[in-house]
Write a new protein. Structure first.
Length: 96
């Protein structure tokens, strides 16, 4: 598992042999707090093709935070791996 900072938010992630080259755009216009685990599918070019928030480990059911976490995951760019599988599964953990 690796980690990066996105603005003032800690983001942990794991996608096999991949690095984030453009961190997620994380925003929270409320005072709400929580941890959201987002399952992601990344293509071999590094684009997040699917982001599903609320996986085990998530500490909130707040729809606003779940939506913001999914949007943040979708805004992330991973490194290009031409030899990678067409789709790779992984996860991102965003702490609001």
């Amino acid at each position: 598992e690796k980690q990066t900072m996105a603005d003032n938010y800690l983001v942990r992630y794991k996608v096999a042999d991949r690095e984030i080259i453009k961190p997620p755009l994380v925003s929270n216009l409320t005072q709400k707090k929580g941890t959201v685990v987002v399952d992601v599918i990344v293509d071999k070019y590094g684009k997040v093709r699917k982001a599903v928030p609320g996986s085990p480990g998530t500490t909130t059911t707040d729809q606003y935070l779940l939506t913001k976490a999914a949007q943040a995951a979708e805004s992330t760019q991973f490194d290009n791996q031409p030899t990678a599988p067409t789709e790779q599964k992984g996860y991102m953990i965003i702490v609001f």
